[in-house]
Design a protein around this ligand. Structure first.
Ligand SMILES: [Zn+2]
Length: 146
């Protein structure tokens, strides 16, 4: 179950490659070379481990992703050079929502409805309705047969 939600070319720690959202992770894949092109995953950040995101820089703008170090080992700060960091923030935020929906899906609530059925019958003396459980008619006081 790995769906590709978003991807664009990016650079990360000086390496050129592709940044993508796949299977609940933010993944940076680097291309090794032109002669023997082989992609390899440089960084995999679980979307749910992302604590905050921001866009930094003026000329060369970068997407800064801060990771909760208790949820993902390694350095907590990651800088990705992408063409449109704002779009990336939007894409990651929508993925965060999806991940949250999967992990925090509301538990179905089952309400057991207890219906207590009270059977009534007419009193043979005064004809008022009496519960079968009562030994005497509450209206005329006549004893009721069990
Ligand atoms: Zn009665």
């Amino acid at each position: 179950m790995s769906r590709l939600a978003y991807s664009s070319s990016a650079s990360y720690r000086g390496g050129l490659g592709v940044l993508k959202i796949e299977g609940g992770n933010l993944i940076f894949v680097k291309r090794s070379g032109m002669v023997n092109p082989k992609d390899y995953v440089v960084q995999t950040i679980p979307i749910k481990a992302i604590r905050s995101m921001s866009v930094q820089g003026t000329m060369k703008r970068v997407l800064v992703v801060m990771v909760d170090s208790s949820m993902h080992s390694g350095i907590p700060r990651h800088e990705f050079s992408v063409t449109s960091p704002e779009q990336w923030i939007g894409a990651i935020q929508s993925e965060m929502k999806k991940v949250a929906e999967i992990t925090q899906s509301p538990q179905p609530t089952y309400i057991k409805e207890v219906v207590r059925e009270i059977v009534k019958y007419p009193c043979p003396y005064c004809n008022s309705l009496i519960e079968v459980t009562s030994s005497r008619c509450p209206i005329c006081g006549a004893p009721q047969k069990k």
